[in-house]
Design a protein around this ligand. Structure first.
Ligand code: ZN
Ligand code: ZN
Ligand code: ZN
Length: 468
C-alpha cells in the first residue's frame, strides 16, 4: 500500500526451496522443473537430470550435498526427505547466526506433529527413519526431534510445485514466509511460481525459483491479505474437511459460514420452467459420484478411450437433470473436453469446454487462476476445432485473468500473448476470406505452432496447494 492508497499487483516474492517428486524425477529438469524429452543425467549420482549445463550449474549449490548423499545411500529417498535435507544443509551452511530472515521464520511455523492421524504417523516415522539413514555422517548431526520438526513443517506447509505450463504438480517446496499468509476460501490474493526468464545472467545471480503473492483485486488498507489452500469448486463441507485434514484448522471464512454457492454446486436443472424433482437430482448426483470414481481410475491408468466412454455415458444421464453449475457435471465436462481434445476430437471437445467455462464463471471469483487456465484451455480447443471467433474471445478473456493471477512475465501469460496475436491475425483473415483462413488453419494445425496438447494430467494445477 502506497500513501494509504490501495495497490494492485505483486506484493512481493520469496525464495523457494524445493525438490522434485520421485514420481516425476525422470521426466522434468531438476533445476527449472520444465518437462523435457531429453535430459542430461548428473554423472555423479545418476539421479538428478537437467535440460543442459546451464540448468545443472544453476542447481549445483542446492544439489552438491544431495549428490554425495544419494550416491553413498545408494537409493533415492522420497521428496519430503530430500527437501528436509536440502533445508537443513542450507541452515547449517549459514551457521548459528541465521542471517536469512526467511529461514529464521521456519522456527515459527507449525509442525502439528501431535495432530497427525495414526495411519499418517506410520509413514511419518518411516520418513524420519529414512532421513537419518540418508543424512551423511560428514554433515552436522541433528536430533530426532529437529528432524521430525522439519518433516512436520514440510507436511503442513509444503506446497506442490507445478511444471512450466502449470498443468502438473511435479515437486514439493517450502516458501517459509508465505506460509504465514492465512487462508480464506474466497481470498484476495493468489500465489504463483515464476521461474521468469532463464537468461544466463539471471541464472547466475538468481538461481532460486521465486513465487509471487499477487492481489486479485483492490485491497483496502487494513484488510487482511489471504490466499486459498483449496479449490473453491468443492462444497464448503468438503473444503472444511480437506483443510482440517491437511492443515489442521477449522475454516470460519464467510463462504464456509454462509455455505455460499453450495446450492448452485448441487442444483438440479430447470426444464421448460419446471424444476426437476429433488429425488431424481439426488439419484443422478449419486450415480455421478460413482462414475467420477470410475473415470478417475481409468484416467490414472491412461486408458483414455475408457475415460471417454464413462464420461459420455454419465453426461447423457446428467443432461436436463443437473444444473449447468452442478460440480459433478462440471468435472465430467472438464475431463471429457480435455481427453477428447487429446484424442483430437476437437469439435466435440469444444462443446464441453464451453459448457465448463460457462459453469465456472457462475462459481469462481472473476480473477481465479483456475478459471483463467480453464478459459485458456477452452480457447485452444476452439481454435483447434476452427471456431476462430469464440477461440479469440476466450483467449482474450483468459489473458486478462492471467495478467492478474500470473503476471505479464510468467511463461503461461507469454504463451497466451502469442496465442492472442495468432488468433487475432487469423480472425482478421477469416473475416476477409474464409477459404484462405481454412487453408491456413489446416497448415497451422499440422505444424502445431501452439503446443498445448499435453497429455491429460492426472494431477492438475488445483493441487498446487496440496500437502504431500
Ligand atoms: Zn532446466
Ligand atoms: Zn548428482
Ligand atoms: Zn472457508
Amino acid at each position: 500500500k502506497e500513501n494509504g492508497k490501495c495497490c494492485l499487483g505483486i506484493f512481493g516474492s520469496v525464495e523457494l526451496i524445493c525438490s522434485v517428486c520421485s514420481s516425476h524425477a525422470a521426466s522434468v529438469c531438476h533445476s527449472c522443473f520444465r518437462r523435457q524429452e531429453k535430459l542430461q543425467r548428473c554423472g555423479q549420482c545418476r539421479f538428478a537430470q537437467y535440460c543442459d549445463k546451464t540448468c545443472q550449474r544453476a542447481a549445483w549449490e542446492e544439489h552438491k550435498q544431495e549428490c554425495a548423499a544419494v550416491k553413498s545411500y545408494g537409493k533415492v529417498p522420497n521428496e519430503n526427505v530430500r527437501l528436509a535435507a536440502r533445508i537443513l544443509w542450507r541452515l547449517d551452511k549459514q551457521g548459528s547466526v541465521v542471517s536469512d530472515t526467511q529461514l529464521a521464520a521456519l522456527e515459527e511455523l507449525e509442525d502439528h506433529i501431535y495432530d497427525i492421524s495414526e495411519d499418517d504417523l506410520k509413514d511419518f516415522k518411516v520418513d524420519i527413519h529414512n532421513f537419518l539413514d540418508y543424512w551423511p555422517r560428514s554433515s552436522k548431526p541433528h536430533t530426532v526431534d529437529s528432524v521430525s520438526k522439519m518433516l512436520g513443517v514440510i507436511n503442513c506447509n509444503g506446497f506442490m510445485v507445478s511444471d512450466q505450463r502449470g498443468l502438473q504438480a511435479v515437486g514439493v517446496g517450502l516458501f517459509p514466509n508465505l506460509c504465514l499468509v492465512n487462508h480464506d476460501c474466497w481470498p484476495n490474493c493468489t500465489v504463483v511460481l515464476n521461474n521468469g526468464n532463464q537468461s544466463a545472467v539471471d541464472t547466475m545471480y538468481h538461481s532460486q525459483k521465486r513465487i509471487e503473492l499477487r492481489a486479485l483485486g483492490k485491497i483496502s488498507p487494513g484488510e487482511e491479505v489471504t490466499v486459498s489452500y483449496v479449490d473453491y469448486l468443492n462444497l464448503s463441507e468438503d473444503r472444511r474437511r480437506l483443510l482440517k485434514q491437511q492443515y489442521f484448522f477449522d475454516c470460519t471464512c464467510e463462504h464456509c459460514t454462509n455455505k455460499t454457492k453450495d446450492e448452485l454446486k448441487m442444483a438440479g436443472a430447470v426444464v421448460e420452467g419446471d424444476k426437476v424433482p429433488e429425488e431424481t437430482v439426488k439419484e443422478i448426483t449419486e450415480y455421478s459420484r460413482t462414475m467420477l470414481e470410475k473415470m478417475e481410475k481409468a484416467r490414472i491408468e491412461a486408458n483414455y478411450n475408457e475415460v471417454v466412454k464413462i464420461c459420455r455415458e454419465c453426461v447423457e444421464k446428467q443432461e436436463n437433470v443437473l444444473a449447468d453449475t452442478h460440480i459433478y457435471q462440471l468435472r465430467m465436462w472438464s475431463t471429457l473436453s480435455e481427453v477428447l481434445s487429446y484424442l483430437q476430437f476437437f469439435e466435440e471437445a469444444s462443446t464441453y469446454a464451453r459448457k465448463m467455462v460457462e459453469g465456472y464463471l457462475k462459481l469462481y471469483h472473476p480473477n481465479n487462476a483456475q478459471l483463467g487456465m480453464a478459459t485458456m484451455r477452452a480457447g485452444v480447443t476452439h481454435w483447434q476445432a476452427g471456431f476462430i471467433e469464440i477461440a479469440h474471445g476466450m483467449i482474450c478473456k483468459a489473458y486478462a485473468i492471467l495478467m492478474i493471477t500470473h503476471g505479464p512475465t510468467h511463461p503461461i501469460t507469454k504463451d497466451l500473448e502469442a496465442m492472442r496475436m495468432q488468433t487475432e491475425m487469423e480472425l482478421r483473415m477469416f473475416k476477409q476470406n474464409e477459404y484462405v483462413y481454412h487453408t491456413m488453419r489446416e497448415a497451422a494445425l499440422k505444424n502445431q505452432p501452439i503446443r498445448m496438447m499435453a497429455e491429460p494430467a492426472t494431477e492438475s494445477i488445483k493441487n498446487l496447494f496440496r500437502r504431500k
